[in-house]
Design a protein around this ligand. Sequence first.
Ligand code: ATR
Length: 285
Amino acid sequence: MVSSETKIVGLIGNPVEHSVSPDMHNAAFKELGLDYVYLAFKVEEKFVEEAIDGLKGLEMEGVNVTIPHKSAVMAHLDELDKTARQIGAVNTIKRIDHKLKGFNTDGKGALRALRENFESLKDKNVTLLGAGGAARAISFALAEAGANLKISNRTTSKAEKLIEEIGDKTGNKPALVHQEEEDLKKAVESCEILINSTSVGMAPEEDATLIEAEQMHSDLTVMDIVYNPLETKLLKEAEKAGAETINGLNMLVRQGATSFEIWTGEKAPVKVMEEATKRAMKGKI
Ligand code: ATR
């Protein structure tokens, strides 16, 4: 029951109508009996500052931030944690008294999903596809965790720029792989983990994949950040090759779980969040 004591968290972005985050978080609050409600707020780009001020003024507990505001909100916060500062993007804001602090849980979400298959990511050989916003969060987290990272992007210059930045900021500089069939095959051969952090394979282009079964091997774990469809062409190819798979729902739920823990200080009920998200996706996408 929502009452005069209910604490408010939510999502700011544009659009937000198809977001499954309210379903994910409200299920978790219910499971733990926490008096919180999670709402979705559509915020136009010209009103980002007003939205952030409103969060402070109304003493909301915090928000998630999604496209297109992940960078724009930064100028209006009082403090940033190390990861958000490194990446230059915020996906979670927490109010601490009258100050707002920004975090980024996207990379942590990916690491949490991977750590369910690998005890440690230190010295693990990882090929990461992509150099956009999602790739940035994941690659910084992996570099910080001590992984041997190789990055490949359709636009090579973007990968080169990201590689330089990761090297400068973490001291663990990734290698560059050209996005050509033979180069990718060679890179994946020596890897334990392959991550797709591009939008390739997302509906309606469900038949697209950057890597096929012939370029994979059975000791590989393949993670896709695309969650629509849940089983992407890349993951189907991975199964053909006898590799382990981690779908995009895993990372989505675990970044949400990390935000939940930042706001509430309670351990997130990950399985409940996963089930609620899966149910919501069936209705929305
Ligand atoms: P996000 O914030 O979700 O990461 P983004 O910043 O637009 O989104 O990044 C999309 C990523 O998918 C980029 O790495 C993009 O490659 P480019 O940098 O060359 O644009 C990659 N991508 C999108 N469509 C692709 C395609 N058809 N083939 C290969 N890579 C693709």
